[in-house]
Design a protein around this ligand. Structure first.
Ligand code: HEM
Length: 312
């Protein structure tokens, strides 16, 4: 067991959880990044509610939100880390795991600061419906991300998170990876958005997405995909200029992504000049490392979905 405050030990234990040969593309990294993003992306600037404090996904009100389907895998993969470092809060662990995963998958260094506390009950869990819907377009992206305090450039940089991981038909209803190497962070997502011919496709569940059908594909090759929201990044002129710049200049993208992801995981957090969190909950309650909600992922079984994705 590590000493309270030994975040370097937690980092090492997160790294040790990344390799998962029987899961998805062999890494827990992408689902850690999504967990960090969804635990922060509920923030509402006007009411100053939601955000990365609290780890509300331990409660059904937030954890059971269909927008968070599949994130139980990320949470369960982090349980061994929590067991070895019981002093860390879930809110810190989930955001740190996202930052560590990005770095370990070849992305930029993400500034991460500790001090988030865990909610002790579900009274402050943000309402559902604050996370983006991939079936929509540019107006929706602005509606959702402006609410958190992000502008067009930041929206496009953040959407570069889709260089990692994949869609699962039994989680979001969409299917497939965005890039050929979904466990390596890069600017490939932007390059492919501009370069390939994206054709609308309706899946057997009625969900519409975009796919590229490679004429040289071999049997069993999975076609690359884009969400309707991803395609809006090239049809909306203000978004598109950033897609073009990030496709051309990987260093610029890495720099902007590091800044915007660090901002994302600080949403709803207020610090004094020493970096100490001064939100009322944190001052009153201290650094509350709350108990976990459930030990097992609660997603549909492989046999229930016919999916080929291994369960935990
Ligand atoms: C722009 C609005 C966004 C929409 C509409 C969106 C939507 C989605 C959807 C539908 C999935 C598939 C989930 C599944 O089936 O497992 C997904 C996965 C993912 N998203 Fe996003 N997302 C957005 C922004 C972001 C941001 C800001 C990040 C991080 C910076 C991010 C990182 C990821 C990652 C890493 C995955 C893969 C997860 C995995 O492999 O399990 N997304 N997203």
């Amino acid at each position: 067991m590590s000493k309270p405050g030994d975040y370097a030990a937690v980092r090492r234990d997160i790294v040790a959880q990344l390799k998962k040969p029987d899961y998805d593309d062999g890494s827990a990294g992408p689902v850690f990044v999504r967990l960090a993003w969804h635990s922060s992306g509920t923030y509402d600037l006007d009411s100053d509610t939601g955000g990365s404090n609290g780890a509300g996904m331990r409660y059904e009100a937030e954890g059971g939100d269909p927008a968070n389907a599949g994130l139980q895998y990320g949470r369960a993969f982090l349980e061994p880390v929590k067991e070895k470092n019981p002093w860390i809060t879930y809110a810190d662990l989930w955001t740190l795991a996202g930052a560590v995963a990005i770095e370990e998958m070849g992305g930029p260094k993400i500034e991460w600061k500790p001090g988030r506390t865990d909610l002790v009950d579900d009274s402050k869990v943000p309402p559902r419906g604050r996370l983006p819907d991939g079936a929509q377009g540019a107006d929706h992206l602005r509606f959702i991300f402006n609410r958190m305090g992000f502008d067009d450039q930041e929206i496009v940089a953040l959407a570069g998170g889709h260089n990692l991981g994949r869609c699962h038909i039994d989680r979001s209803g969409f299917e497939g990876p965005w890039v050929n190497n979904p466990t390596r962070f890069s600017n490939q997502f932007f390059k492919l958005l501009l370069k390939l011919q994206w054709k609308p496709r309706t899946l057997s569940n009625g969900v519409q997405q975009f796919n590229y059908f490679d004429p040289d594909a071999e049997e069993g090759d999975e076609p690359l995909m884009m969400l309707p929201t991803d395609i809006s990044l090239i049809t909306d002129p203000s978004f598109r200029q950033w897609v073009e710049r990030y496709a051309e200049d990987k260093d610029l993208f890495f720099d902007h992504f590091a800044k915007v992801f660090a901002k994302l995981i600080e949403l709803g957090i207020k610090r004094d000049e020493k970096g100490t969190i001064i939100n009322t909950d944190n001052i009153k309650g201290g650094y509350v490392s709350a108990p976990k909600k459930s030990n097992t992922p609660t997603g549909p079984l492989k046999s229930q979905t016919g999916g080929d994705r291994a369960r935990l």
